[in-house]
Write a protein that binds this ligand. Structure first.
Ligand SMILES: [Zn+2]
Length: 405
């Protein structure tokens, strides 16, 4: 048992409760009790437990990175200040073609360490060499939604036969911590036939689908030229959309497409830092939320961000939408924190198990050191988490009841 006492708990529960002088008891991999510290200390006085004094710290649920490419940590700083297509075709894809299995394992491990140290406990990943990714994520202890990637361009050709074989080979290695996801790269790098196959395979095997969508204006223009409709309309037309789809980016959406995403219960993984760095665009966050679309937050890969710090992502997300909507009340701190926690869990269809500090949920808890001039005075914890805290303020991480940092 782990007992965290004398701490402030930003629960992210359905009431968005904040408990001062709180305590959390974790038993096995679950949260067994939450409440006032003095009361719980008395209640569990005789229980054999490891006690963590959380004085000066704030406990939050583990952060969820809803879209990344972990092994690209190897390409951090390798190609910057370029448009997406040149960046991908001239620099990234040729470099990635040279990465071997061991490289991918090392790159993923490095990314997992970075995520762990900055409070991310679960990530939704798109890459290849999934067996190496599983090895790395298990070694560091993060929960990983491992993408089985389909790609028909960039010198890579990974199609249905290879994906189905990989799925058969890896499904016995999955568990609470590792889940397999189908990740067709995008509508421009995957054929219609393969997209249709991915949809059917995902539905048949109860898997999530994770895809890049409407990232750049060029993607939309090319789609209009080729398919005579916008990207979201195209995916709806071929029957790809549904509640198991996580669409990353979604910067260039028409009003009609926003309605389709809401109707089809697609979750969006918003990646503002990568979108700004590659000058791809700004997702219409306010309109998506108003339409009832579940929007989570992702960093995208470390080559286009260039880090995996969800605190940095939260701050930028809040700031750009205030400007984009010319409204300082847009993208308020609570909305943004929701995107990095419970909305991420909803996108990954595991909100019954993670995304908030609730009794019965998995014990994924992050402690942040608020005993710093930068995080004082304590007027508003949620405000500090979004506007002032950084990944480096994380001082403790528990995943599934195990203390990993
Ligand atoms: Zn991406």
């Amino acid at each position: 048992m782990i007992f965290i006492k004398n701490t402030t708990i930003v629960t992210q529960n359905s009431k968005r409760q904040i408990i001062e002088d709180g305590a959390i008891l974790a038993e096995g991999n679950k949260i067994a009790d939450i409440g006032q510290s003095a009361k719980l200390e008395k209640k569990y006085a005789k229980a054999k437990k490891k006690t963590i004094d959380g004085r000066g710290k704030v406990a939050i649920p583990g952060l969820i990175n809803a879209h990344t490419h972990a092994a690209m940590s190897l390409l951090r700083g390798f190609a910057d200040d370029m448009p997406l297509n040149d960046w991908l075709e001239k620099k990234i894809w040729p470099a990635e073609a040279k990465l071997g299995p061991e490289d991918i394992c090392r790159g993923t491990k490095m990314a997992c360490q970075e995520m762990l140290q900055s409070g991310t406990t679960t990530f939704n990943n798109m890459y290849w060499q999934p067996a190496q990714e599983i090895r790395a994520a298990r070694e560091i202890g993060l929960q990983d939604f491992v993408g089985l990637t389909a790609l028909d361009s960039g010198g890579m050709d990974i199609g249905p036969a290879q994906i189905a074989a990989e799925y058969e080979r890896l499904k016995s290695k999955t568990g609470e911590d590792i889940k397999l996801v189908l990740t067709p790269h995008s509508i421009y790098a995957v054929s219609e036939e393969t997209l249709r196959w991915c949809k059917k395979f995902a539905d048949d095997n109860d898997l999530l689908l994770h895809i890049h969508l409407s990232e750049t204006e060029e993607e939309v223009k090319n789609c209009l030229a080729k398919h005579k409709c916008q990207p979201v309309e195209y995916l709806e037309k071929i029957g790809f959309l549904g509640g198991n789809v996580v669409a990353a980016h979604c910067c260039w959406l028409s009003e009609k497409e926003i309605k389709i995403l809401a109707k089809q219960k697609v979750s969006v993984a918003h990646c503002p830092v990568s979108n700004l760095k590659l000058s791809s665009g700004v997702a219409p966050l306010g309109k998506l939320l108003k339409a009832g679309v579940n929007v989570a937050l992702g960093t995208d890969g470390p080559a286009s961000n260039n880090c995996l710090d969800m605190f940095g992502e939260m701050k930028i997300a809040a700031l750009i939408h205030k400007w984009d909507e010319r409204n300082p009340a847009a993208a308020d701190a609570q909305t943004i924190l929701d995107m990095a926690t419970i909305n991420g869990a909803k996108a990954l269809k595991i909100d019954k198990n993670i995304g908030s500090i609730d009794i019965g949920k998995q014990a994924d808890i992050v402690l942040i050191d608020f005993d710093k001039p930068r995080l004082k005075p304590r007027h508003n914890m949620v405000s500090h988490l979004v506007y002032a805290a950084q990944g480096g303020d994380v001082c403790g991480v528990i995943i599934g009841g195990k203390v990993l940092l």
